[in-house]
Structures are given as C-alpha cells and as structure tokens.
Design a protein around this ligand. Structure first.
Ligand code: 5CA
Ligand code: ZN
Length: 443
C-alpha cells in the first residue's frame, strides 16, 4: 500500500493557538557515531497485529512517525513507565543513528476518571494534581536521558480536535448518542470492518479486558457491549467543556486517535505503549482512525512493552505496589544505573523490578565507566557493530549489554590495543543505549 504519513495541513497543528503542554528538556548532547549501513542492519520490531517481527521501513527522504501513549498524571512515574518510555527511546535512537528524521508524539491523559478519583480521594484540585505529576514526569524523563517527543500533547488542549472527529463519526453513522439523556456518545465497533485485527483477541477475552480496563460492557442502551465511550456528557461535580456535542469530556481512545492523527497523519509507522494497552486502547484507537480515514493499518507496526511488576504483580498506581523513579533519584541513585537495570531485560518481556536488578545495574555502570577510562581495549568498531546488530533485532538489549560486558571485562583485564576503543564504546553506549559513561566521577 502507498505510504501516507503526511499530516493534513489543516490538522498539522490542530490545536491552533491553544496553550500547549511542554515537552521535557533534551539530553545535553548525543554523540555522533561513524555512519551505519542501514541496508546491512534493517530495524526490526515485533508487531502485535501480525504477531511477527516486522522490518520498519522508512523510505529515503521520509520522516519516521511514532506515537507513544503517555501517562495519566495522578501519581509519580514508576519503574514500569520508565521501562516503557526507555524502550521507545531506543527506537528513536535507532532512527537517529540511521540519519532518519523522526516525528515523535506522546500524550498526557490530563483528564480521565483515575485523575478525578485520586483528586477526590485526596481532596485536591485535579488540575493541580495533573500539573504536578506531569512536571515530575518531565524531570524523571530528563534525568533518564529519554529524548523528548517533538510534540507532548494533553487531552484537555486537544478537546476541539477530539470533538471534530466525534462529529465526523456521528455524521457517518459510526457513532451514536445514548437515548437516556446522559449526553454520552459511543462508537459503534461494527462500523470498523477490521475490528479486532490489532489484538487478535477473541470476543470473550475482549469483553473481560474491556471491563477490566476502563470499559463499560454492562452499560444499558449500547449497540454492542464492546462499544467504547467517545464523549461523556456533563455530570454534576465533574469537569465538562462546552462543545458542539453538548457539554462533556472526551473518552480515552478517541483522545489518542485524535492526537496521533492530528500531528502525524492518517497512518503512522509505530504505535507504542505498554502491553496493557493492546486491548481495548490500541484496538479502539485504530478502529476510530480507520473508520475516519479508510486507511489500513493505522499503524504499520504496533509495538508493546512488557509490564514491570513488583512481588509478582503488575506495578500499577491503583495497586499501590510502586517504585518511583523520583524516589530513587531522591535517594541519589544514578539514573544511568536505573536505565541499565531496566535494559538488562528484553523490553517485551513482562518482568520484575528488584533490588538486585538495581544493584546489578549499578555494578555494571561502574564497570563500564572504569573500562572507558582505560587508555586502550579490544576493537571499539566490533562493539559498535555488535550493538547496532543486536538493537536492530527487536531491541535486543540483553545481547547489546552482553557485548559491552565482554569488551569491558577484556579491557579491565588489560586486553586489546585499540586506543580509540574507550571513546568509541563510550559514544556508542551513550548514543544507542542512552547511558552516559564519560562523566566526571559520578555519584
Ligand atoms: N494515559 C494512558 C495511555 S493513553 C496510560 O495508560 N497511562 S499510564 O500512566 O497508565 O501508563 C503510561 C504508559 O506506561 C503507558 O504506555 C502504559 O502502557 C505504560 N505502563 C503502565 N504501567 C506499566 C508497567 N507496570 N510496566 C510497563 N509499562 C507500564
Ligand atoms: Zn493512549
């Protein structure tokens, strides 16, 4: 199929002059590496929709486009958020290494039920809560050297864009109003001919996950129990915005469809997030977008990061079993060690956060830093080639870390005569893994 990745000019800045959410500060510098032969190491990422690794092909001169589902800011960022953001940061770094221009968009769900529930529980203003946690998230991302998205976009500022998509869905018959006077508008999943292709789940699994993850299968008056909310009519004691649809607030999936389409166009290269978003979130976002554009697939590659757990349970704000990035920073843990701890597992694997994992990350960081201070070591070019090859293979950080480990061990044992190796390895680890090694004695 032909490539469609140009945003409609009218949608390129769908938010017009509205106040814009700010992204975070970029890492101070990202070293340039010797040129790569992109044909020799094509980037492959596992695609959830086709259940296979897929070559992420960006034609010469085109811009790679990626949308990653960001936080709902009602609590601080935990190791799971960090792991997911770092995984997609590696994708950005893969494209940068190939000299491919990148247009990366991430959202902030700054209005949704969990935010209102937490604010009510704590007797706090939901706007202030969202602003504070978003600010903390930005600091965490900067500390972790995550390259910022080009557009960091809030749901609230996107309401006009969301409303206009819902109007179009209503006009086409793909959306409908409940007749109970609530003002609620739903999407008709039957209007999306390929509904289900992204997750590949059967109906029972869909119904179970829909109920678990913010859906309302039991709501009376819907055409299909799986139909998701597009617009929630105003309720007493809930924030609402005036709109052509009536006063209310946006549903979750249409938020991400509107922001992704608005900034990236009808079709994107990578749709990313944790694997808790495979269904319903990314299925519904794709269904909304494809119903509007008739362009399939909405994302050429659907990439999902594994869940980080603690004590055998998914780390989640609602369960309260959290290790916060900010707390570790407060304890003076080097963010580079956090990064290495998370990169020690494959991004797609559900895995546990443990004290030992962090300790191993700290030890590895110290070893690597010591090795790059040596005057020479085994060939740096070999390490760079191996890093590129491993990362291009669905971000195999386990293999990438092993390559640097082997180089560091040999270097520390006095092996190798390549005097350019310490700086080349240091640059490669910084540019490709986001781990700075040449620091004036770190904490
Ligand atoms: N705002 C929505 C996405 S539009 C949301 O899911 N927010 S979140 O705060 O719950 O999660 C933010 C990002 O971190 C999402 O990509 C989510 O899939 C991912 N995430 C959440 N919990 C974990 C976890 N335990 N491990 C790994 N990633 C996680
Ligand atoms: Zn999302």
């Amino acid at each position: 199929m032909t490539r469609r990745n140009t945003a409609h000019s009218s949608l390129r800045d769908p938010l017009g002059t509205l106040r814009r959410m700010e992204s975070w500060a970029a890492p101070d510098s990202i070293p340039a590496l010797p040129p790569i032969d992109p044909q020799a190491v094509p980037l492959r990422l596992y695609d959830t929709a086709t259940k296979a690794p897929r070559e992420v092909e960006i034609p010469a001169g085109a811009t790679a486009t990626m949308y990653v589902c960001g936080i709902t800011p009602y609590d601080a960022a935990h190791m799971g958020h960090a792991a997911t953001m770092i995984a997609f940061d590696l994708v950005v770094r893969q494209w940068r290494d190939r000299g491919i221009p990148v247009r990366y968009v991430q959202n902030v769900t700054d209005i949704d039920d969990p935010l209102l529930e937490r604010a009510a529980r704590d007797g706090e203003d939901w706007v202030v809560l969202g602003m504070r946690e978003t600010a903390l998230f930005r600091e965490d991302m900067h500390a972790l050297r995550v390259i910022p998205p080009d557009h960091y976009v809030g749901a609230v500022e996107s309401i006009p864009a969301i409303v206009s998509l819902i109007e179009r869905l209503l006009e086409s018959g793909a959306a409908y109003r409940l007749e109970d006077g609530s003002g609620d508008i739903y999407f008709d999943v039957a209007a999306a001919p390929r509904f289900g292709y992204e997750s590949g789940y059967d109906r029972d699994t869909m119904l179970a996950l829909f109920a678990e993850r913010g859906g309302d299968p039991e709501r009376e008056g819907k055409r299909d129990r799986l139909d998701p909310l597009l617009w929630r009519g105003a309720r007493p004691d809930e924030p609402a915005w005036p709109s052509a649809l009536g006063p209310g607030r946006p549903g979750w999936h249409i938020e991400c469809a509107a922001i992704a389409m608005g900034f990236l166009g009808d079709q994107i290269d990578v749709q990313g997030g944790g694997n808790d978003l495979i269904f319903p979130h990314h299925e519904m976002s794709a269904a909304h977008a494809e119903t509007l554009t008739h362009c399939h697939p909405f994302a050429r590659t659907y990439v999902h990061a594994g869940m980080i757990g603690l004590d055998g349970e998914k780390m989640s704000k609602s369960k309260g079993n959290l290790v916060f990035v900010s707390r570790l920073r407060g304890d003076k843990v080097d963010p580079a060690a956090i990064r290495l701890a998370l990169l020690a597992g494959h991004y797609r694997a559900d895995r546990e956060w443990t004290e030992e994992l962090l300790k191993a990350g700290q030890e590895r960081l110290a070893r690597w830093r010591e090795a790059v201070r040596r005057p020479a070591g085994p060939s740096g070019a070999v390490v760079l080639a191996r890093l590129r090859e491993r990362l291009a293979d669905d971000l195999d950080t386990v293999g990438a870390l092993a390559a640097v480990d082997a180089w560091a061990s040999e270097t520390l044992a006095g092996g190798g005569r390549d005097e350019t190796a310490p700086s080349l390895v240091s640059d490669a680890v910084d540019a490709l893994l986001g781990v700075p090694l040449r620091v004036s004695d770190s904490a």
